[in-house]
Design a binder for this molecule. Structure first.
Ligand code: WQD
Length: 345
């Protein structure tokens, strides 16, 4: 039996594929490469020494997606495929609803048709909007403040209705906090297209000299040093959380949401300081105006995942910085950096 990984060529998807293969699962990957590169999957194969089928398919192409179900005996789906840039979602809401919602409706309709009822869904802490209190638990109020977050919240509700309609479903919605870091090999990592929106890839591009200085979006928040506080989680810890969630959906019925975070918040300036210490690279920055839509503080109460999944994070902020830097140093142009990879160092 096989695990279908949609969006498996992406940052979290590729790291989860490594953990799935290392846990002796058979996998197949479906990806349209709209925000990823097939090179990441070549490196997953190199890292694990294992092969797997890859389908270049867009979830909106129902016929092509159905062929994947016809050709394979799928036991469960880990569903990463989706657009995830908050700012872009505000500019292009229909693009986001079509891709994220319609893509999920097509996927789950075919899962139902082929009697595949085990699903791990890539949700996000963005479903908590601007939390009234931190740390955030799974029963904190849910409300999204942007179209991207609303797609995640709507999909969670759709999946809940799906379970109510048919109790054979077994579903885990994983609410990620801020994934950073990279596999210790430095062969796979975060490779956003264009100028990075997120903090860590922006920092690593300043460290390589690709960008000149970091803009710190506001230092007048009600936080210890005035800059935004987030729950940064190592992408390998996050990937391992998917393996634990997969085990749960394969062994039980029902639907649950889990926060995947460390439970520890760090400010922008604390992350910059940690990165400078870990990398030995100075990160010049200037204080810039707040970014619209940003919140002051967001970090998880991860107790439910620890209790019910037997999962907890183990990697420190220093390791996240060291691993992010190793990936970017070896791959200054991300997966387009062929030379470093081909020369094998
Ligand atoms: C982190 C902190 C910024 C860039 C986003 C999505 C969320 C999830 C994770 C998908 C904030 C500050 C950032 C910069 C800065 N993605 N910052 N200068 O906004 O917490 O979450 O990614 O699920 O949905 O919203 O992450 O890395 O963009 O920002 O000062 O150039 O860094 O203000 O305080 P965010 P981020």
């Amino acid at each position: 039996m096989t695990i279908l990984v949609t969006g498996g060529a992406g940052f979290i998807g590729s790291h989860t594929c490594v953990e799935l293969l290392n846990s002796n699962h058979e996998i197949i990957v479906l990806d349209n490469y709209s925000n990823s590169n097939i090179e990441s999957l070549n490196r997953v194969k190199r890292l694990t020494g294992k092969d797997f089928k890859v389908y270049e398919v867009d979830l909106l192409d129902k016929e092509k997606v159905e062929e994947v179900f016809k050709e394979n005996s799928i036991e469960a789906v880990i569903h990463f495929a989706g657009l995830k840039a908050v700012g872009e979602s505000v500019e292009k809401p229909i693009y986001y609803y079509q891709n994220n919602i319609m893509g999920t409706l097509i996927l789950t309709e075919l899962m139902q048709k082929y009697c595949v009822h085990n699903l791990v869904f890539s949700s996000s802490a963005t479903v908590y909007g601007d939390p009234k209190e931190v740390p955030i638990s799974e029963d904190s109020p849910l409300y999204a403040t942007n179209p991207y977050g609303r797609t995640k919240l709507m999909i969670e509700e759709i999946l809940r209705d799906l379970y109510v309609s048919n109790n054979n479903w077994s579903i885990a919605s994983l609410r990620y906090f801020n994934p950073i870091g990279a596999h210790e090999s430095g062969l796979i990592g975060e490779d956003p297209k264009g100028i990075p929106n997120n903090l860590m890839p922006y920092i690593t591009h300043v460290a390589t000299g690709k960008l000149t200085e970091l803009n710190v979006f506001g230092n007048d928040y009600s936080t210890p040093d005035g800059t935004g506080v987030r729950d940064y989680i190592h992408v390998v810890d996050l990937a391992k959380g998917h393996i634990k969630s997969l085990g749960k959906v394969l062994s039980t019925k029902g639907i649950e949401a889990y926060n995947l975070g460390t439970g520890q918040g760090y400010s922008v300036l604390e992350l910059v300081d940690a990165f400078e210490k870990a990398s030995g690279q100075k990160i010049p920055y200037k204080i810039a105006p707040r970014r619209s839509g940003d919140i002051a503080e967001c970090y998880a109460d991860p107790a439910k995942a620890e209790r019910e999944l037997g999962w907890t994070t183990v990697k420190s902020l220093e390791e996240m910085c060291i691993d992010s830097w190793r990936w970017q140093k070896k791959n200054p142009d991300g997966y387009l950096t062929k030379a470093a990879y081909m020369s094998g160092h």
